[in-house]
Write a new protein. Structure first.
Length: 276
């Protein structure tokens, strides 16, 4: 019986330590892959990757967004980077706080050496704002960016202003009027920020035009801007994604709440020539 209890406690301890050990192994693998990419490109590699993650042992999925904590960490990484060393930012995010995204974008814009942003899947909203600061954006052929128009709670700022156009002021409640006033300020502020980022890479008049398209509610907030459209806007976009970026993304697994919905044999397939 004593041996049974010893085995039980040993199993319990190993089960409790297993998630921690797995996480440490994953962190180590990420660090090695980042170092590999840095050696290949001679750069400082920073990752800003937001996946749905599980909370502790409860397994409750949460969504992550660009936060002040993110901006503090990215700004610290930029400060620790020599002014003559290029920066490569691997970006995968649905967006987040405008303040945090603006801080990161402005810091990247001020970095004297070349800044490259890699978008393997998507960088929406605040992620696109950050990408606009880069000297070069490397996107997967199927990756997308998105509009940067500000959102006030659940409402797009541009749509709130439309209410003022559609209805007499006497029929609009005070809260909506206040929100519309804030929306007008937010639209002006974001447009000014976007234009300031773009002026480094394109003429003033073109920067004004693109900033308007991206920030003033031209499309819905989740509208996908693909490679062709990004290039048409005048952004410096390439599609030669390093293999190491894809391998790095594999080390940020999505939390699984049950059976995976996508399955395939994880090997590259090549079409063989047909025999007659």
């Amino acid at each position: 019986m004593e041996v049974f209890f010893q085995l039980f406690w040993l199993f319990f301890i190993l089960s409790a330590l297993s998630p921690y050990l797995q996480q440490q192994m994953l962190l180590g693998a990420r660090a090695r892959k980042i170092a590999e990419l840095e050696r290949k490109r001679g750069s400082r590699v920073i990752t800003l990757i937001h996946r749905q993650e599980a909370v502790s042992f409860l397994g409750i999925p949460i969504s992550r967004f660009i936060s002040i904590d993110d901006s503090e960490q990215v700004l610290r990484a930029i400060r620790l980077t020599d002014k003559n060393m290029p920066i490569d930012l691997v970006l995968h995010t649905p967006g987040g706080l405008v303040l945090a995204a603006e801080q990161i974008a402005e810091a990247l814009l001020r970095h004297p050496a070349k800044v490259t942003v890699f978008v393997p899947h998507y960088a929406m909203s605040g992620g696109t704002l950050i990408a606009l600061a880069a000297d070069e954006i490397v996107m997967d052929e199927n990756a997308v960016l998105g509009p940067v128009d500000p959102q006030l709670g659940q409402y797009p700022a541009a749509s709130l202003l439309k209410v003022l156009e559609k209805k007499p002021l006497s029929e609009i409640d005070d809260q909506t009027l206040i929100l519309a006033d804030v929306a007008e300020k937010a639209l002006k502020q974001v447009k000014a920020t976007v234009k300031g980022l773009l002026r480094k890479h394109m003429p003033e008049d073109r920067a004004e035009e693109v900033a308007h398209l991206l920030s003033q509610g031209t499309w819905t907030h989740d509208y996908p801007i693909d490679v062709a459209q990004a290039r048409a806007l005048g952004l410096n976009v390439r599609t030669e994604m390093p293999l190491e970026v894809y391998e790095l993304m594999d080390l940020y697994p999505q939390a699984q709440g049950g059976k995976p919905s996508v399955q395939y044999v994880p090997l590259p397939y090549r079409q063989e020539g047909r025999r007659r």
